[in-house]
Design a protein around this ligand. Structure first.
Ligand SMILES: [Zn+2]
Length: 94
């Protein structure tokens, strides 16, 4: 049995600077974070991409995003904006 390990490289969200060191799958599965996965910041709701070392970088125009993912990113961002940031001093600057 493989033990679930949600750890990432301790990093800051590239949009708001919120500290993180783990990620979980949005569908509730036990999938481990891996390079190329998208990650939605729990503080600001912005979607980033995991680098090879599991730190985050901003998405670019060449990162593939299908309509389903784009809609999910928009819902997550809207929910975070409605709730407000978890850390008031870490507002998105993107
Ligand atoms: Zn953020």
């Amino acid at each position: 049995m493989t033990e679930f390990d949600p750890r990432t490289k301790p990093s800051l969200c590239p949009y708001c600077g919120y500290f993180f060191d783990c990620a979980t799958a949005i569908n509730g599965s036990a999938a481990r974070p891996k390079p190329g996965d998208y990650s939605i910041c729990i503080n600001c709701g912005c979607a980033s991409v995991l680098n090879a070392d599991l730190s985050l970088r901003k998405r670019t125009a060449i990162d593939p995003v299908d309509d389903e993912a784009r809609a999910m990113f928009q819902r997550a961002r809207a929910a975070c904006l409605q709730r407000g940031p978890l850390h008031p001093n870490r507002k998105p600057n993107a």
